[in-house]
Design a protein around this ligand. Structure first.
Ligand SMILES: [Zn+2]
Ligand SMILES: [Zn+2]
Length: 349
């Protein structure tokens, strides 16, 4: 432990849980899905979750706020966007690169640049890979991740944002207004988070098919111990698949603000969820909840938790890792089976 770890520690859990040998810190286990999937429904837990995630200061509420700033102030969809033109398209690309630079760069600087909270609330006991390693492009995990995030991740998101702006401006996609449909306008935010969870599960399952994994998804999975820049560090094919979640808005009536929320949830949410920390800790308190232990388990054990904690797709389809040692054993067996099947297929050919 570094000197910084001893100050302002959050309250210690009485029982560190069955995974404490493999993790420096982890949330309460077994890991739970969003409380609207708990049955019987616990209204108090649900209200607390909605408050913490959607209403209070959180990464999610920040992305909602940012979507409003862009949709109503920085670059509203206007009639000039009905045709492709360099000036407005370039703003889309530049803005998304800058947002990713600020969020992923800012989180990276806090956690791994100035090491602002040491290992406080850090999942992986191993230090972030700062040493030169031939596995990565340019020899370093951070430079590799920045390259893939900026060149492919943010770029493919911008391509879809441009397509949707064209669709809204030319009235190919219907624009939903708050005054005409106030309830649906609000409900669409959580609906899009659920949609993203489903889309991510399906695309991610496909990415784990052996051939695709080897040639595409392996780029992302070299980050066993991820950092904020790892979130959007993807092979171009994966980047297009992941960000294609936005295309649902070609058929689902929405406002550009919903499109932007989905974009930031996909891009900036990936930076926060790969940070490797449960929360940002500043001024003796938890300043910002980032926690994505669910996905951290995927980066450690691979064949589990293809979706996210928003919706229990993994539970329904038998790929759920709840953080326990038993789940680790089951996941390792599944990995061995998949490997054996792959070998059998190869020897038949
Ligand atoms: Zn990941
Ligand atoms: Zn994966």
């Amino acid at each position: 432990m570094t000197a910084t770890d001893t100050r302002n520690e959050p309250p210690k859990k009485p029982d560190p849980g069955p995974m404490s040998r493999e993790w420096y810190w982890h949330p309460d286990l077994p890991l739970k899905f969003a409380p609207y999937w708990q049955w019987p429904l616990e209204p108090a837990a649900l209200a607390k979750w909605v408050w913490q995630n959607w209403l209070q200061f959180s990464d999610r509420s920040m992305y909602v706020a940012l979507a409003f700033v862009v949709a109503f102030w920085l670059q509203p969809v206007g009639s000039e966007q009905a045709t492709l033109a360099f000036h407005w398209v370039s703003w889309v690309f530049i803005r998304n690169w800058v947002f990713l630079l600020i969020v992923a760069g800012g989180l990276h600087h806090w956690f791994y640049g100035i090491d602002a909270q040491g290992k406080l609330l850090k999942y992986d006991p191993r230090p972030y890979m700062k040493r030169k390693n031939a596995l990565y492009k340019f020899g370093y995990q951070t430079w590799d991740n920045i390259y893939y995030s900026m060149v492919f991740g943010a770029t493919s998101l911008s391509v879809f944002e441009v397509i949707l702006r064209l669709a809204f401006a030319s009235e190919f996609a219907r624009t939903l207004s708050f005054t005409a449909h106030p309830v649906w306008f609000v409900v669409l935010f959580p609906v899009l988070a659920l949609w993203q969870s489903f889309h991510f599960y399906v695309v991610h399952l496909f990415l784990h098919q052996p051939f695709i994994y080897k040639h595409v998804h392996a780029v992302h999975h070299r980050n066993v111990n991820p950092g904020p820049w790892s979130g959007m560090a993807m092979h171009p094919v994966e980047a297009l698949g992941y960000t294609s979640a936005m295309l649902v808005l070609l058929i689902l009536p929405a406002h550009p603000v919903h499109m932007l929320f989905l974009a930031y949830w996909l891009m900036l949410g990936a930076a926060s969820s790969h940070s490797g920390y449960e929360a940002l800790w500043a001024k003796d308190r938890q300043a910002l909840l980032l926690g994505a232990f669910f996905h951290q388990l995927h980066h450690r054990y691979y064949e589990c938790n293809y979706g996210n904690a928003e919706m229990p797709w993994d539970k329904w389809f038998g790929t759920y890792h709840d953080g326990s040692e038993a789940a680790t054993r089951i996941t390792r067996d599944r990995k061995r089976q998949m490997h054996a099947q792959g070998q059998a297929r190869k020897s038949k050919q």
